[in-house]
Design a protein around this ligand. Structure first.
Ligand code: SF4
Length: 177
């Protein structure tokens, strides 16, 4: 990638972080953890994904996409009950607090459904900014799971958005795993 495009890509990554941060949050409670990975950290993420490919083969394909990306935006959530007592989590806010979280295969939970919606809205907002500014991207649960495992993100659920600025998006028309 040329220097000018690289600078533009990093600027867009920062603007995407801003979009995720200012996206509307239920009850105004913000439990997001946002980071941008480049260079060695991005390589560490790709290596972790390859390591995990023994269990999930598609991680290998997604690792190639992460290597081809100029930067990776991580958006994670440290879920907290939002005190609406809506029951959508199958419990109550108090029940969720008392039960605590357990580590699963790729995330920690259970998590407040409304807080998880906050994460989804923030991800959509970040992707919208990338789209408006012509940066190719793709949301990857695989890369988010690996980022947690590699110690690159401290959150219960993480979704990664690798970013690219080239003549052909590396995130689509990929060979099936
Ligand atoms: S989903 Fe559960 S924790 Fe979240 S507001 Fe509803 S009852 Fe409370």
């Amino acid at each position: 990638m040329e220097g000018t495009e690289r600078e533009g890509l990093l600027e867009v990554a920062r603007l995407m972080a801003l979009s995720a941060r200012t996206a509307p949050k239920a009850r105004g409670r913000d439990h997001l953890r946002i980071r941008v990975l480049t260079g060695e950290e991005k390589e560490k993420l790709a290596e972790k994904m390859e390591e995990m490919a023994g269990e999930y083969e598609f991680f290998r394909r997604d690792a190639r996409s992460v290597r081809e990306a100029g930067a990776v935006l991580l958006v994670g959530l440290v879920g907290e009950p939002l005190d609406l007592n809506c029951g959508a989590c199958g419990s109550s806010c108090e029940g969720l607090r008392k039960g605590g979280k357990k580590e699963g295969r790729g995330c920690a939970g259970p998590i407040c459904v409304v807080d998880a919606l906050n994460l989804g809205i923030a991800l959509g907002s970040a992707a919208k900014t990338a789209s408006l500014l012509n940066v190719d991207n793709r949301m990857m649960f695989s890369a988010g799971v690996a980022a947690r495992k590699a110690g690159l993100a401290e959150a219960d659920v993480v979704v990664a958005l690798p970013l690219s600025a080239s003549g052909k998006s590396p995130f689509f028309d990929r060979a099936p795993p």
